[in-house]
Design a protein around this ligand. Sequence first.
Ligand code: CTP
Length: 385
Amino acid sequence: MARVLLGVTGGIAAYKACELCRLLVRARHDVVPLLTPGAERFVTAQTFRALARRPAAEDVYLHLTRADLLVVAPLTANTLAKFAHGIADNVLTEAALAHRGPMLVAPAMNPRMWSHPATRTNVEALRARGVELVGPDEGETAEGELGVGRMAEPGEIFERAQELLGGKSVLKGKSVLVSAGGTREPIDAVRFVGNRSSGRMGVALAAEAARRGARVTLLGANLAVAHPAGVEVVETPSAADLEREALARGADADVVVMAAAVADYRPAGALTGKRPKDRATWTVELEPTTDVLALLGATRTEGTVLVGFAADRGETGLERARAKLRDKGADLFVFNDVARTDIGFDAADNEITLLGADGERTIAKAPKEEIAAAVLDEVEGLLGR
Ligand code: CTP
């Protein structure tokens, strides 16, 4: 988790900073909003405190000493000029002067102010000091003028912020293999034995690993959710496909996360054509599949971090997950309780217990994106050893 100072200055685009704040919080960053007096004419400090989940009576000055990133969005011409000249007359300009890490700014102003030589000089001064700019974009301003001056979209600012923060992740440049979804085992040409996994958790893990700068391959088993950006997706609809692709890639990966619900059994001797309906009973015999995770655990190369998932029920399920961690030779197991309907399979949220050699830790119910970040924080700790 990184600490991000989020500066907001007095422009009409200040309301868009709410969305940026939400995205940063959702990515599990510790966000400290710093509003200038000008910003408070457009948005309230209370809104940002609520979005950043910060207590009302908090003294933000305490947090200015250590921050991984300072983001300012929107950045007005006025505050941009103050930054360029080192003026420190409010909490944000003071923070900017005291901050030693990366700084990302999203200017927003009237196009004529943006193109004015004074602003050009100030922008160059900031760039020369390593300040990163995102936008401004071309478009119609709030006053109805066309030109360059509109603040970049919150999503774009967020992505850039994540990239800058990713520079610190030990996952940067590492190769990560993630399996996601649920396999389908053919009975005949059109029928299959499947399960309810949507692939959301594995996709969130792949997306988060990519955000942290890893080279990610996702083995997708019938994903019900969109493919994440910046990730190579290999379709592995059945347990046999997944086994083949995982074994071909597993040995070279730094991290393998087996989030897919791989079938434990497949119909023996699946029919190639479609079996026509008749009045007779149809008995399908199931044969065991290969346990891919256990095989990877048994043949692992040193230094690889191997993560397994256990979808099981209650305290006995947790006990079984402990046994799986040991028996499958994994470094980390992620347990979620499928007895609950508000988390896990096909739900947006999850609540997990992380099981490792060093002990266990429960991550409170949160969107799967936040859970993914918590799992990868743990993986980073294991990689760093
Ligand atoms: N797994 C695997 N290959 C299989 C089955 C499971 O790699 N053929 C992996 C899953 O991706 C997951 C973990 O093993 O990481 C789940 O363990 P397992 O206990 O085998 O799966 P469940 O079916 O959830 O448990 P149970 O033993 O209760 O059936």
